[in-house]
Design a protein around this ligand. Structure first.
Ligand code: MG
Length: 250
């Protein structure tokens, strides 16, 4: 299934996306739902973030080449930070370029979407707790990010967590092509097979620290090839089977 959340005539609904047709749901993928008889065209709705998160848990330096471009050692434990719920931005939304920031970066990331409350989950149980996957862009005020220590300021401005456009449970996260493009030019190109810490490990590991709630997302890290963006740029995150997350820089 590809779960899309959208607004249409002032109501917010979930639907199942097939090509450009949306089968409207009664209910949500996080609870129970039924498929209604109503179909809508994708072009007639406004795409929203595919869920609301209480926290976006982010993994830093989780691709070897990205750690190397910072000349940082390959982590032996996950590097973890959070983005606040106020950083969420849907497909098509405009990323704020903060006045304090002199260099604003994209980071293409596979995001895991948690289906139900998860605490102390073992690796072999993890699949029951994952609703699916989506594209995310870990927008970063690079010049505000110290080389060591706390990353909160650099990662937490409003609009710094674009994600979507939909959640799919049809992909295997072990080997998905992942790419970022700025104004149509490919900037990052890798595969999730290059993740240092893999999806099942990360969900288990994090669930033993903090309770993961339905709709929480885990950004799994970005491959090498980061660089800055400018006012008016268009940035796209493209992940195999997960569509294209497109945003512009304000
Ligand atoms: Mg990142």
């Amino acid at each position: 299934m590809k779960y899309l959340r959208f607004s249409y005539q002032d109501t917010v609904r979930y639907g199942l996306l097939q090509d450009t047709t949306i089968q409207v749901l009664d209910g949500t993928p996080f609870t129970k739902y039924t498929i209604t008889d109503t179909n809508l065209d994708l072009n007639d709705v406004k795409i929203l973030t595919p869920c609301d998160y209480s926290k976006a848990v982010c993994i830093g330096l989780n691709y070897r080449d990205h750690a190397e471009e910072f000349q940082l050692p390959i982590p032996t434990e996950p590097v973890v930070f959070l983005k606040p719920s106020t950083s969420a931005l849907p497909y098509g939304g405009v990323v704020d370029y903060p006045i304090q920031c002199k260099r604003l970066d994209y980071e293409a990331e596979l995001a895991i979407v948690i289906a139900k409350k998860a605490k102390n989950i073992e690796i072999d149980q993890v699949s029951e707790y994952i609703l699916g996957y989506t594209c995310a862009n870990d927008i970063t005020a690079r010049d505000l990010q110290p080389k060591q220590g706390q990353w909160t300021i650099a990662k937490s401005f409003d609009t710094f967590c674009p994600f979507g456009p939909f959640i799919s449970d049809e992909v295997d996260p072990a080997d998905l092509a992942i790419e970022s493009r700025v104004n149509g030019k490919t900037m990052q190109k890798s595969s999730t097979k290059n993740l240092i810490f893999k999806v099942p490990f990360l969900v288990s590991y994090l669930s033993k620290v903090m309770t993961l709630l339905p709709g929480d997302i885990i950004l799994t890290g970005t491959p090498g090839g980061i660089s800055g963006m400018h006012h008016g740029d268009t940035v796209e995150i493209v992940i195999e089977g997960l569509g294209i997350l497109k945003n512009t820089i304000g």
